[in-house]
Design a protein around this ligand. Sequence first.
Ligand code: URA
Length: 213
Amino acid sequence: MISRKKELLTLMNIDTSWLKTKNNTNYDLQSFSQLQLEANNCQKCQLANGRNNVVFGEGNEKADILIIGEAPGKEEDLIGEPFIGRAGKLLTEILFSINLSRNDVYITNTVKCRPPENRNPNSTEISSCAHFLDKQISLISPKVIILLGKIAAERILNTSEPMAKLRSNIHYYKETNIPTLVFYHPAYLLRSPSEKKKVWDDILFMRENINVC
Ligand code: URA
């Protein structure tokens, strides 16, 4: 439909750069890099003082699956990419097991800068970063959001329910109809290997309920 419209407009010598492609517009893609630039220069909270890099996010900006973790760790801060340390390797393996590569999804964090000693981000840091995450969600417009761990779940679902209650349920992000699932954080699975099996239950739940993989 869109390409027919584009064809006709092009025949009429009318600029088509504003036309929508899938969920995203060219304008949106521009907004995405503008947002990243804004994040790179952000000084809104104290995490800006200790960072080597802002870890904005990585992957396919038109992905159906958006994965949100907690905060960058040491390796992520040094390189500027999310989930590249031990927890990241496990996340990559989990994706691989369902035939997805990191380029098939978009991966980001609740906060974009590393908290000192990998402590949990505090509420000021989370709210200083909220605008970046909300804008990323609206630009990507995913078919499903996966929240890794409690920090991401609390921020996105505005809840303090325990993980055990949040998993295996379909939630919705704010007033959108984007289904949102909560999975155990891969760092937790590394600390408690006996819980690893539960990630397969989470994936099974996603496969049974949402048509994305
Ligand atoms: N843990 C996270 O939550 N995010 C990362 O990017 C790395 C580890």
